[in-house]
Design a protein around this ligand. Structure first.
Ligand SMILES: *[C@@H]1O[C@H](CO)[C@@H](O)[C@H](O)[C@H]1NC(C)=O
Ligand SMILES: *[C@@H]1O[C@H](CO)[C@@H](O)[C@H](O)[C@H]1NC(C)=O
Ligand SMILES: *[C@@H]1O[C@H](CO)[C@@H](O)[C@H](O)[C@H]1NC(C)=O
Ligand SMILES: *[C@@H]1O[C@H](CO)[C@@H](O)[C@H](O)[C@H]1NC(C)=O
Length: 244
């Protein structure tokens, strides 16, 4: 009887020391959905360590997070505020004494391009027209569209091109022509989850200004003046000599 009890106690103790479990709260299928500028608080708890070192360690993508001494024992909380470039970042927690049991969560930070307002932009005839809109978003945009005076830009007719590299959408015309390019442009970002946002550009086309090469001109004038002066001076000496 006593022997059985002894074994039970032994069994209990061994499950207590080796059956360590680490949990992070909240933990919705290991992905936490959040938004830019929000706050996320994660708590890690270790269960089953009756004795020994129950110091916890937190990692953000394999880099250790500095924790205060009182925020390490058995239970530890990290606060990400505000959430910034943390999309896809993985936070994991384990016991300092045994890193074989780890709990992890990954952040899914959603955001939408902050497109708003209107801007006046001036281009000279024959200049390169370039308009840019931010298109970084999570989830990815369904589309980024450009309109001119309210209708979809006619790339062929306008000699325009649109390039999207996932970071910015760029509308470009290599040579500005007033009747083709003056007007009101708008870029619109359409998302599967957010309301669409857009930005307006009022493009004004001005006459070419004569870009005079002023500095070389001044330098040239100075050189001519000085040479003439020197010539006159040396000539003057000769003239004076002659008269003596
Ligand atoms: C770490 O924990 C695991 C799982 O509980 C256990 O099997 C292992 O023996 C432990 N390692 C050490 C060094 O305590
Ligand atoms: C997040 O905060 C930054 C800085 O305060 C601000 O510029 C930006 O517009 C905010 N973004 C969102 C989506 O709220
Ligand atoms: C993140 O959340 C968005 C919105 O629910 C979803 O569309 C997207 O697939 C998620 N991304 C990942 C990597 O889980
Ligand atoms: C766009 O509208 C403005 C104002 O009505 C007009 O002056 C301009 O010529 C139009 N642009 C094009 C390319 O049709």
């Amino acid at each position: 009887m006593i022997l059985i009890l002894f074994f039970l106690v032994l069994l209990y103790c061994s499950t207590q020391t080796s059956g360590v479990s680490i949990q992070i709260h909240p933990n919705n299928t290991n992905v936490i959905l959040t938004e830019l500028n929000k706050t996320v608080s994660l708590t890690c708890e270790s269960d089953g360590v009756a004795e020994g070192d129950n110091t916890l360690v937190w990692l953000r993508n394999n880099a250790k997070i500095n924790l205060k001494e009182e925020n390490k024992k058995g239970r530890s909380t990290v606060c990400i505020t505000p959430v910034k470039e943390d999309n896809g970042a993985t936070f994991s927690c384990y016991l300092h004494s045994n890193d074989s049991v780890k709990a992890s969560v990954t952040l899914n930070v959603t955001y939408h391009p902050q497109l708003s307002g209107s801007e006046n932009v001036t281009f000279e005839i024959d200049e390169t027209l370039v308009l840019q809109c931010d298109m970084r978003a999570n989830p990815l945009l369904l589309s980024m569209s450009w309109t001119l005076n309210g209708t979809t830009v006619d790339l062929m007719a306008g000699g325009l091109s649109v390039t999207n590299d996932g970071v910015t959408s760029v509308l470009r015309a290599s040579k500005v022509v007033r009747k083709l390019h003056e007007g009101t442009y708008e870029c619109t970002a359409t998302s599967p989850v957010y309301n669409s946002s857009s930005k307006v550009f009022n493009v004004i086309v001005t006459e070419k200004t004569l870009k005079f090469p002023l500095m070389p001109l001044i330098a040239g004038v100075v050189v001519v003046f000085v040479t003439t002066l020197l010539a006159v001076v040396s000539r003057w000496k000769k003239i004076i000599k002659c008269c003596k």
